[in-house]
Ligand binder design. Structure first.
Ligand SMILES: Cc1ncc(COP(=O)(O)O)c(C=O)c1O
Ligand SMILES: [Zn+2]
Length: 403
């Protein structure tokens, strides 16, 4: 396996490839280090293409060996063109990355699979997390698939569908009377007291790397070409920064040539600390989230500063546009996304308005989560015509004219 160590992003101290959450010298975040020469020798397009149809086809670029038995593996989700939405927005070529096709319908299955593989190498029996909803679903399902216990801490007022979609797998759920940021603080405190493997605390370096597979797949699915623009949501900023690193890995390994894509970030009006930091040129100032995009409601984003530094721009989607964007995506593409992709679509619309998307740009929009988990927001679109089981009654509703 080409991964050799963990290294602090701030002071560059190196650590063994163990479940260590932060640098013990400066509390900086840790990233895996790879033996690039070995990767160059090992990794080819052919080797990747011959691999399993899951994130594990990129195992040489991940910090953990694939599990011997790959149950419920995520990844290799569809990348589809969206010509009607492209025309509606005035974009020449628009692709949707449908990460709703993962086992629990969000991109979080990728990150959890990588973190869990590491946890199991270290004999973990309990997988745990703080979550804005989707991560909880992914942790609970992964634990069920692997025969582990699961513990979840999430805000008590999350969408009920997201809580139920975790509960069905049998985890212990702590519904916390507080925000996601409260849950996150609790997991850090608890990680010193209990031997649960928190995917986004001690396993964060491994977990985060899983998001690189989104970039790898996009390039492979475009026929080993780079897109010009990728539009992606930002909550903690982890996925956004790893997207960039994933594209960089492929270029550095000679798997693809060309300019790195411009990354356009998306945040909701009610929780936009990273967008504001980029606009104002200062530090990321924590906020108290107040947004209907619950999956993106992280007020104190761990990777916010790096996300701001990585982005070519970040756009804020107004709260009152989010539901309209869920509908626009559904009506023009047949894809029912949750609030996160609706916020992302808002950023794409804003980027088009700002003239940031060129005539020849090939754009990829990430659909990271599924609308079936947040149906309440569009419930008032349900307005059926109630009828007797009689064809004449239906014809009457057509106003006499046969269509
Ligand atoms: C559907 C969805 N998209 C995007 C994100 C953002 O991920 P990150 O915290 O890595 O920025 C989340 C986070 O929970 C999510 O649930
Ligand atoms: Zn350090």
């Amino acid at each position: 396996m080409p991964a050799t160590a963990l290294r602090c992003r701030v002071c560059e101290t190196q650590y063994p490839l163990d479940p260590i959450g932060v640098c013990s010298r400066c509390f900086g975040p840790l990233d895996p280090v790879y033996d690039r020469d070995e990767q160059r020798r090992l990794v080819t397009r052919e080797r990747i293409e011959a691999g399993p149809r899951s994130i594990w086809r990129y195992a040489d670029l991940l910090p953990v060996a694939p599990p011997a038995e790959q149950s419920l593996p995520p990844g290799c989700t569809p990348l589809v063109q969206a010509p009607r939405l492209a025309r509606a927005l005035g974009v020449r070529e628009l692709w949707l990355k449908l990460d709703t096709a993962n086992p629990t319908h969000s991109f979080k299955d990728r990150v959890v699979a990588v973190a869990c593989a590491k946890a199991q190498q270290h004999g973990a029996t309990t997988l745990a997390c703080s979550s804005t909803g989707n991560l909880a679903n992914a942790v609970a399902a992964r634990a069920a698939a692997e025969g582990l216990e699961a513990v979840i801490l999430c805000p008590a007022d999350l969408e009920r569908e997201k809580l139920v979609a975790s509960a069905v797998y049998g985890p212990t759920i702590y519904a916390v009377d507080g925000s996601y940021d409260d849950c996150s603080r609790l997991t850090v405190e608890l990680s010193f007291e209990v031997d649960w493997s928190f995917v986004n605390v001690q396993l964060r370096s491994y977990y985060a790397e899983g998001s690189k597979t989104l970039a790898f797949e996009i390039v492979e699915q475009l026929g080993w070409e780079l897109p010009d623009v990728v539009v992606a949501p930002i909550a903690s900023g982890s996925m956004f920064t790893k997207l960039h690193q994933g594209f960089t890995d492929f270029v550095e390994l000679g798997l693809v040539e060309g300019d790195l894509p411009r990354l356009v970030g998306a945040q909701a009006e009610g929780c936009s600390p990273v967008a504001k930091a980029l606009a104002e040129g200062g530090k990321v100032k924590p906020v108290r989230p107040n947004t209907i995009a619950r999956s993106l409601a992280i007020g104190s984003p761990a990777d916010g500063a790096l996300a701001a530094a990585t982005a070519s721009s970040i756009h804020i989607t107004p709260e009152d546009e989010i539901v309209d964007n869920i509908a626009l995506l559904a009506e023009t593409t047949g894809v029912f996304g949750e609030t996160a992709p609706a916020v992302t679509l808002g950023a794409l619309r804003a980027a088009v308005r700002a003239g940031e998307i060129g005539e020849d740009d090939r754009v990829v929009l990430l659909v990271t989560g599924d609308g079936l988990k947040t149906p309440g927001l569009v419930a008032d679109r349900l307005d059926p015509v109630f009828v007797e089981p009689d064809a004449d009654r239906i014809l009457e509703t057509l106003g006499g004219g046969v269509r």
